[in-house]
Write a protein of this length. Structure first.
Length: 174
């Protein structure tokens, strides 16, 4: 007796006929439907708490974005990934308002939103520069940085006096 194929449907209720795609969807469903071990769940929660705490202490982090992971049915995660409560964009939250994991076995992930304008006028303090130069790996880093700058395209190299990286390297290596 031949095994009957499991039918797979997209969100609009249309049956998926492509065999490769059908198998990938079924495999993903098997993975996400299995509950995680409590140790793994605790590790994920600790990691997320650490990310949020670090983001709160970094002045160049504007917020954290919630990304929707694979899941079988609509749930609270869909709302968290699409709502824009703080004007940062869909699924984006300030670090102090970032939501906790709403349920076990959540496959969603997050990324930090970096404020690009923060680094435009950034200049490391003399204390920061002294700490970097005291590092035993400083000579190795200096060699790597000079090689990296030498390999850059000539058009990119001329911004060494104006770009953040250029200013930083110039200050670091003088």
């Amino acid at each position: 007796m031949a095994r009957q194929k499991i039918k797979v449907y997209d969100k609009d209720g249309v049956e998926i006929k492509d065999e490769y795609l059908r198998k990938r969807i079924l495999a993903t469903r098997r993975i996400i439907s299995k509950p995680r071990k409590p140790e793994v769940e605790a590790y994920i929660r600790r990691n997320r708490k650490r990310l949020v705490e670090e983001a709160k202490n970094q002045p160049f982090i504007k917020g954290i974005q919630w990304h929707l992971g694979p899941h079988q049915r609509e749930d609270i995660c869909d709302k968290l990934a699409t709502q824009d409560l703080y004007g940062l964009g869909p699924g984006c939250y300030p670090a102090n308002a970032y939501p906790d994991i709403p349920h076990d076995n959540c496959h969603c992930w997050d990324t930090e939103i970096v404020d690009k304008d923060y680094f435009k006028n950034y200049s490391p303090s003399e204390e920061e520069m002294a700490a970097i130069k005291k590092d035993p790996k400083y000579p190795e880093f200096k060699k790597w940085a000079e090689d990296w700058l030498a390999r850059r395209h000539p058009e990119d190299r001329k911004d060494r006096k104006t770009s953040f990286v250029g200013k930083f390297f110039n200050k670091l290596f003088r």
